[in-house]
Design a protein around this ligand. Structure first.
Ligand SMILES: [Zn+2]
Length: 505
C-alpha cells in the first residue's frame, strides 16, 4: 500500500515538472491583445500574459498565450490597450484616504447634479451601511433653486445613510436609509422644535429642520468614533479603482492588525508595507521583525521619523537609529527644505560610519527642495529619494537624481493630495525641459522604484515571469498621447494576485 502511494506520488511529481517544463500548464487568467509594457528588459513589450497561482507564468504573443487557456481560465481581451505593472505608491496615509470619504465638503457644489455626483462617487467605495455626512450646500446659489430630496439621494447612495447639512445648519436633507433609522418614515413621528417635511401622502421629502436634524445626527457616528476598519476598506477599494496595487503606509500608526482583519474578511485589495514610528523600533525588534517582514499582502519592518532640520536633535535620533539599523530595520525620514534634507543625509552618513555599509535602503521621504550639494550625496550614500511629484507640482530635479543613479520611489502623500498615480507621472513628465523625466522612467519610479524601496523588486514591479500578478489596464497609452494628456487616462481594469479587483463600468 505504502509503496503504491509513493509510486503515485512520483508519477504526479514527474507529470507536474514535465508539463511546466513543456509550458503546458493551464492558466488561471490570460490577458490577450494588449500592449503590455513589462518593464522587463528581456521582452519590454508583449501582447499577452498568462497568470497561474497569482504569479506571471508566461508572456508572449496572443497566439501562444491563448493556448494556455482552459475551460476555467479567465480571459481578458485588452483590445490593444496599455497594460502596466500595478502602481506602487511609496508614501500614503491609508487611514486618512478612507475616512475622507465619510464626510463630504459641499461648499463648492454648484448645482444639485454636482452635489449628487459627489455623493455617488463616495458611495462607490465605502462599505454598505457606513454613514455619509456632508455640509455646506446652498441651493440659493444654484441656477434653479431645487432643494435636494430623499429620492435623488437614494439613487446616489442607496446602501448608506446620508445626512447633508446646508451651509446654515438649520436645514438639512437625508436619504431613506437615514430617515428610517430615526423612524421618520412613519407619518406619526414628530420631533419637538423640529420639522420633518412631508409629502401629501405623509412620506418624508428628506428635508429636515431644527431639532429633527439633531435627533437624526445623534444616531450616526460620534466624532470620537474612529471607524478605522471601514476607512481602510474604503481606502483599499479606492486604491483598486486607480490601479494602485501596493502602498507604503508612512503614517506612524500601526495598521497591521486592522489590515490583517481586512485580509481575513477577503476585502483587502492592496498590498501594504506598514511603517511605524521610529520610537517603537524596539517593539519590532523584540518581535523578531526586520525590514520587509511578513506576507506578500502585509509587511512591516519600516520606521518613520520626521526631521524639521534642527541639527541639535541629531544625537537623540542617532541613539535610536543606530541600534534600529543594526537590528536590520529600515529607516525612512521626512525631509522638506535644504536644512531638513541636510540633517537627514547627515544622519545616514553617521549610521554608515557606525554600522558599516549594508543593503539598508535608507529612505528620504519627500526629498523636497534640497541643496545642489546635497543632491549629489543621495547616490553616494545610496539614499532612496521617496518623492511625490504631484504634491509639489512637479519641477523637482528628477532627471539629475536619475542621472546620478539615485533610486527614485514615487508616491502621492494621499490623503493630503489625491491617490491617483497618473497625476504624479503627469507632474514628473511635465516638469520643464531640464528636469522632466521620460514616461518610462516615471512609471518605473511608481512601480519598480517603489518596490525597491520596500525590498520587493524581485517580487513585483515588472511583468516578469515568477513575479506577483499585479497589473493595470489603462484607457489611453500614456507612452503615446501628448505629455499634457497623461493625467486624462483612466483605469479600466486592476488585477491583484491574478484576480480582478476593479473594473470600470
Ligand atoms: Zn506624508
Amino acid at each position: 500500500m505504502i509503496r503504491r502511494v509513493f509510486l503515485l506520488y512520483f508519477i504526479c511529481c514527474f507529470l507536474c515538472v514535465y508539463t511546466i517544463a513543456a509550458g503546458q500548464f493551464t492558466a488561471d487568467l490570460v490577458i490577450l491583445n494588449g500592449k503590455i509594457r513589462t518593464l522587463d528588459d528581456k521582452s519590454p513589450v508583449v501582447e499577452a500574459a498568462a497568470v497561474k497561482d497569482g504569479k506571471i507564468a508566461a508572456t508572449g504573443s496572443t497566439a501562444v498565450i491563448r493556448k494556455l487557456a482552459g475551460a476555467k481560465t479567465k480571459m481578458i481581451d485588452a483590445g490593444g490597450k496599455l497594460v502596466l505593472p500595478g502602481f506602487n505608491d511609496s508614501h500614503v496615509h491609508f487611514l486618512g484616504i478612507g475616512s475622507a470619504f465619510f464626510s463630504v465638503d459641499l461648499r463648492r457644489a454648484g448645482s444639485l447634479e454636482h452635489l449628487l455626483s459627489k455623493i455617488k462617487f463616495n458611495a462607490r467605495f465605502i462599505p454598505e451601511g457606513q454613514w455619509i455626512l456632508g455640509s455646506g450646500w446652498n441651493s440659493k446659489s444654484w441656477k434653479n433653486d431645487d432643494l435636494p430630496r430623499r429620492e435623488s439621494l437614494d439613487t446616489a447612495a442607496p446602501g448608506n445613510p446620508v445626512l447633508l447639512y446646508s451651509d446654515d445648519y438649520r436645514l438639512a436633507v437625508a436619504n431613506s436609509a437615514a430617515l428610517k433609522l430615526a423612524g421618520y418614515d412613519k407619518p406619526s413621528k414628530i420631533i419637538k422644535n423640529g420639522v420633518i417635511e412631508r409629502n401629501a401622502d405623509g412620506s418624508p421629502t428628506g428635508i429636515l429642520r431644527g431639532d429633527a436634524i439633531a435627533y437624526l445626527r445623534a444616531l450616526g457616528p460620534k466624532l470620537a468614533d474612529k471607524q478605522e476598519l471601514e476607512a481602510l476598506e474604503t481606502a483599499t477599494n479606492y486604491a483598486a479603482s486607480l490601479g494602485v496595487t501596493s502602498v507604503h503606509d508612512v503614517h506612524s500608526d500601526d495598521i497591521t492588525p486592522l489590515m490583517t482583519e481586512l485580509e481575513k474578511s477577503g476585502k483587502l485589495k492592496t498590498r501594504v508595507y506598514d511603517c511605524i514610528s521610529l520610537t517603537k523600533w524596539k517593539e519590532l525588534n523584540d518581535a523578531g521583525i526586520a525590514a520587509a517582514s511578513g506576507s506578500p499582502m502585509i509587511r512591516r519592518g519600516c520606521l518613520k521619523h520626521f526631521s524639521d532640520g534642527d541639527p541639535e536633535v541629531i544625537p537623540d535620533l542617532l541613539a535610536m537609529m543606530i541600534p534600529a539599523d543594526k537590528a536590520g530595520l529600515q529607516i525612512a525620514v521626512h525631509a522638506i527644505g535644504p536644512r531638513a534634507n541636510n540633517v537627514v543625509l547627515e544622519l545616514l552618513d553617521q549610521i554608515i560610519k557606525r554600522n558599516g555599509s549594508r543593503d539598508r535602503r535608507f529612505r528620504v521621504e519627500h526629498a523636497h527642495n534640497f541643496s545642489s550639494v546635497d543632491g549629489r550625496r543621495f547616490s553616494a550614500l545610496r539614499a532612496i529619494a521617496s518623492m511625490q511629484p504631484h504634491l509639489f507640482g512637479g519641477g523637482e530635479p528628477y532627471r539629475s537624481l536619475l542621472q546620478s543613479n539615485t533610486r527614485l520611489a514615487f508616491g502621492s502623500d494621499a490623503s493630503i493630495t489625491d491617490l491617483d498615480p497618473l497625476l504624479g507621472i503627469h507632474a514628473a513628465v511635465n516638469s520643464g525641459a531640464e528636469r522632466s523625466i521620460s514616461v518610462e522612467d516615471a512609471v518605473r519610479a511608481y512601480t519598480l522604484g517603489s518596490a525597491y524601496a520596500e525590498y520587493q523588486e524581485n517580487v513585483k514591479g515588472s511583468i516578469s515571469i515568477g513575479k506577483l500578478a499585479d497589473l493595470v489596464i489603462l484607457s489611453d497609452d500614456i507612452f503615446v498621447v501628448p505629455n499634457s494628456k497623461i493625467r486624462e487616462a483612466r483605469v479600466l481594469t486592476t488585477i491583484l494576485d491574478g484576480k480582478i479587483v476593479y473594473e470600470a463600468k
